[in-house]
Design a protein around this ligand. Structure first.
Ligand SMILES: Nc1nc2c(c(=O)[nH]1)N[C@H]1C(S)=C(S)[C@@H](COP(=O)(O)O)O[C@H]1N2
Ligand SMILES: [Mo]
Length: 335
């Protein structure tokens, strides 16, 4: 195993979110051994074609059947240019598999995402454990092409496939006491090298939450696919949130738990640094991160010669849809 010494980490590899961890003596030295071991097969894709030679993630048979049966509408989708596939699957934040942008693509290839089930608990009439197929199969899959804006000030346009979050959550019949809903990522240090690190990083498992009205908003989405196929493990297979108006850290990956609560749950990044990462985390160019401005973003792909810097929009450009959810709130206080 290759262990990188701290002084061998180039400044360009240190991202703002992990810089916080670095300050706390966090040092990630895990190099992946698994090569790209995806099951590549030629498929007639309803959405953009892949570059040849890149891994394709087909997922379980039932999902493949459902994807081929037809993915509906482009409602709530942007017509901006979609990120090339290789950027979407090789530039990731998924700290369970390492803090480097290329770590998840290296370290998540053997991640077991089938079979998969989700535990539903808290303020609901129908708690319990539900298999992924039973969760997804009853619903028509939809494609949503959306902007992902990371709090680190880069962004990408990604074509997700999945179902509206409201549709999923309603079937559990949240009680009138349910004011928030919390989502938890798998906790499995055997499979997730980032959770094995002897140096402290994030508190595992990764948890983020939404207020109920946010979760029930039509823009809130649960993805099971991307680019017309299953989600790659590095992108949060087999089930991840898509919350286009919120910073990427709210978009919980590889979800195994959904819990409805009366009180605001403690969330991973807020616990890590409350003054840097708010509970709401709505994209807001007017509220700087303590260590950098949020006024602009680097739209990927970008390069030294074509940095592709664009202005960041309030609510990531989804203000017409979601601003009313926060009309009575001071967004400088509730960032
Ligand atoms: N479980 C988990 N979910 C996570 C993260 C993580 O580290 N762990 N990173 C978040 C952050 S900071 C971002 S920007 C997005 C990145 O999603 P992508 O890799 O699919 O582009 O995932 C989010 N979801
Ligand atoms: Mo992020």
């Amino acid at each position: 195993m290759l262990i990188k010494k701290p002084d061998l980490i180039r400044p360009s590899e240190i991202t703002p979110q992990s810089a916080y961890l670095n300050r706390r003596q966090f040092m990630q030295g895990l190099a992946g051994t698994a090569a790209f071991a995806a099951s590549a097969s030629a498929l007639a894709l309803p959405v953009p074609q892949f570059d040849k030679g890149l891994p394709v993630y087909t997922g379980p048979d039932w999902l493949q059947q459902q994807l081929r049966a037809g993915v509906s509408n482009k409602a709530l989708s942007t017509d901006e240019k979609i990120a090339p596939y290789q950027h979407a699957i090789r530039h990731n934040n998924f700290y369970e598999f390492g803090t480097g942008k290329g770590d998840p693509a290296k370290n998540a290839q053997d991640f077991i995402t089938d079979p998969w089930s989700v535990q539903v608990s808290g303020e609901v009439n129908r708690p319990g454990t539900i298999g992924l197929e039973d969760l997804i199969k009853p619903h028509q899959l939809e494609e949503r092409i959306v902007r992902l804006r990371c709090v680190e000030a880069w962004s990408m346009v990604l074509p997700f496939v999945g179902v509206s979050l409201a549709t999923l959550l309603k079937q559990f019949e949240p009680t009138s006491k349910a004011k928030y809903v919390e989502f938890t990522t798998l906790n499995d240090p055997k499979q997730m090298p980032g959770q094995r690190s002897v140096f402290s990083s994030l508190d595992w498992p990764y948890v983020e939450a939404l207020r109920m009205d946010e979760a029930m908003h039509p823009l809130a989405f649960m993805a099971v696919g991307m680019y017309g196929n299953a989600l790659p493990p590095q992108n949060g297979a087999p089930l991840r949130l898509v919350l286009p108006w919120k910073y990427g850290f709210k978009w919980v990956k590889s979800i195994v738990g959904i819990r409805f609560t009366e009180n605001m749950p403690a969330t991973t990044w807020n616990k890590m640094a409350a003054q840097e990462y708010g509970f709401f985390a709505n994209v807001n160019p007017a509220v700087s991160h303590p260590r950098w401005s949020q006024a602009t973003e680097r739209r990927l792909p970008s390069s030294l010669f074509r940095p592709n810097i664009i202005d960041t929009q309030p609510f990531n450009g989804y203000g017409d849809e979601v601003a009313h959810l926060y009309s009575d709130m001071d967004l400088k206080k509730w960032f």
